[in-house]
Design a protein around this ligand. Sequence first.
Ligand code: MRU
Length: 354
Amino acid sequence: MVETVWTKKKDNEGVEVHLIDQRVLPSREVFVVCRTHQEMADAIRDMVVRGAPAIGISAAFGIALGAQELESIVDPKSFLSEMEKMERVIAATRPTAVNLFWALARMKKIWAEIADEAPRYRTDALFLEAQAIKEDDIERNRKIGSFGQTLLPESATVLTHCNAGALATGGYGTALGVIRGAVEAGKKIKVYADETRPYLQGARLTAYELSEDNIPVTLITDSMAAMVMAQGKINAVIVGADRIAANGDTANKIGTYGLAVLAKEHGIPFYVAAPFSTIDPATPTGRSIPIEERSSREVTHSGEVQIAPDGISVYNPAFDVTPARYITAIITEKGVFSPEDLSHHLGQESLPNT
Ligand code: MRU
């Protein structure tokens, strides 16, 4: 299975964080090395690394790199104020995936506790915490996989959107984790992967990741989803999430909402697979989820080739929100919940759908 984020210790130069460059997969396997928090922030913003859990893990390593940059600072107050500046730089990279803010909060708890310690101790403690976040994520994904696979019949064809696989997480994946869990349980699973316009995470990353693991995958363009559902080819839709509001409304890659509506129309179960680090109890409904808008160039160009007129007006929201009423179940590391049960689990009253 491909690895997304890992560290390398360099004699006398400290720790580097390595990322597989997801912008150029599958045609090239290139690696980007981050030595500072700013380099990690740039890598997240520029989509070297993407996918909600992987963004959170990378942000955590970015904070550890930041502490490493501060090893000449002994004074705890100055350390704390510099760490907060770095936190703001990393927090400003991508607004929708709540795992980013979740991971930063987890790192902050540690750096606030150890500000009085020796500089090298602070760095080591923060790298350890970032590594723990990564390993914890893989563990959660494996549980998501084993709970989720029980929802699939012995032989099933699953439609997925974007990439919610090993590349989008610490490893194993969420939506693709359920598929991997079913394959490991001996089920016969085929996958249809939406290409996922405009950034093509489905074509470039999901198709690549599943082919590498010899899981049968058929690539379709997004506009073909209705047709394959109507033809009876799909038994379940499984997607990941960037942020799940307290009422179960779910932000995920643009196009997810349309798939959920189509699934309901065709009587096909629509599952969201995500760890609790993607659930945001502070966001009551999908209406308050911030939606990232990305460059018009992603829509007007295919690679280097311009495919739309010069100066055309473009709207490019990177995510949409699927109202909870279209979601059959949310598959988490703590079990499978209906959106209403998840709301109750969070200790909140079920709020009206958007
Ligand atoms: O813009 P991206 O590639 O970061 O968007 C990724 C998605 O929408 C994924 O489906 C989501 O983050 C879940 S990844 C386990």
